[in-house]
Write a protein that binds this ligand. Sequence first.
Ligand code: GLY
Length: 562
Amino acid sequence: MAALVVVALLLPAAGLEAAHPAAVRGTGGAVSSAAPAATEAGLGILRAGGNAADAAVATALALAVVFPQAGNLGGGGFAVVRFGGEVNALDFRETAPAAASHDMYLDDDGEPRPKASLVGPLAAGVPGSPAGLFELHRKYGRLPWARVVAPAARLARDGFIVNTRLQRSLAASEELLQRFPETAAVWLPGGQPPSAGSVKKLPELAAILEAYGARGAPAITEGPVAAAVELAARRHGGVLRAADLEAYRPVWREPVRFSAYGWQVASMPLPSSGGIIIGETVGMLERLRWEKLPRFGADRSHLLTEVWRRAYADRFLLGDPRTSRASAAQLLAGHWLDVRTAEIRINKATDSERVRAWSRERAEESSETTHLSVMDGDGNAVALTTTLNRSFGCGLLVAGAGFLLNNEMDDFTTAPGHPNSFGLVQGEANSVGPGKRMLSSMSPTVAWSGKQVIVIGSPGGSKIPTATVQVLLNLIVDGDGLQAAVDRARIHHQWMPDLLYSERYAFSPETARALERRGHELRATNKVGEVSAVRGIVAGNMEAAQDPRGPGAAGVVRPAVY
Ligand code: GLY
């Protein structure tokens, strides 16, 4: 019997020391994800003899059923894996359709067309998840493919219990979902979201998952399902075509690799900025001897903020690896980290306008994404983050297929020089172009030292790298227990807007005042990410923690008390 801990409380953390519950511990494998049913699907696959890749795919597919805000077949994602000694990164990010063009979201006057990159299928990139999850299993999986897909198909066929988060998300997105009768018929039956606690069945999605289990990616990327995607796109003004789905290929990439405080770290490379931001962060912190400063109080938060100002300023040079204006090698080079670190003052915030003052580009991303962390009994690890971009993606459900299409095109620089729908602008390196992959912040990460392995990641748009690196620092610098590291209150700064965001309890009143005296403008935020973490310790022992900021769950195959 597996242990499954559902986390439902948000505990005070950080400067105000609180008692943290322990992570769930044991052997045989561990899973942490944003939904209890998805964690259970992954654990079931581990119990059936599956490895970390099998369990990660099963968990991701279950999220596509029970967490349709972000889990998906119509979106994309990234995975960083460590199998045996091998570390690898799978890019199944969406691509721009073949008919996409640089100015496709502008009107004749060169002005951004409102919501064009957010609502409806014109906002959709070519889904990467069907081929990506299939490829993850092809390269590393152990169980038969159909066995790995079966738990998700069963959840869709037999039904699952709608949780409060889903009910509230549906209610919050009602206007978007009502625009498309295909979507409303499934997710707003009778004009209302299903109530929390009711059982939801998704027969169309179940049939697609069953076909996917029988025939693999081509069951979705070719034939009638791809044709249904094209039909849905054409009906609502999109340029996505069946040929785009058939042509899509996931890519194995070299992870961004760096060492930090005696640990080896592998994180996601371009087209995600996540691994680079995390690498720059720890590279600068080590130069600043950040770990020697008192844990609580203003100094550490001030320096984290100064470091992020610079890492996020550098982000605006980044884009699809083919067009990016900077690379991980350049931004993580010792001399660049030295230059950036030398700009930082311990007692004074830098005005963000002065960091790369030649550029006024800025950006933010939406927060609806989901991360899962998995380890099997042999210590193999998969960190996987997947998204539709905004909650429920572009809002359009593919009739006959039952899955929603993403609105990932909004992660491109859709209107150069203009603020996007979030009031922000990105760089030319990330402009729209056919076949290009839009810049991301998703940061699936694996870190190891001796026998210990940490598998970690988060949703949260532009807050993903800062959430992930704070938990990592809590573990590798301060030696927190896994659950305490995840629970602890977090902060965030992304260069522009020039605001230091803080969760409740992140700062004592004195620390907040000290930061303001140094020139930081503070802003409250309800959460910075929602971290799913697993840690392998020694001799097959492992632990899993899920973030109390959401209703997810962490579990292990064979629980133990130690
Ligand atoms: N759509 C959010 C991200 O990829 O970073």
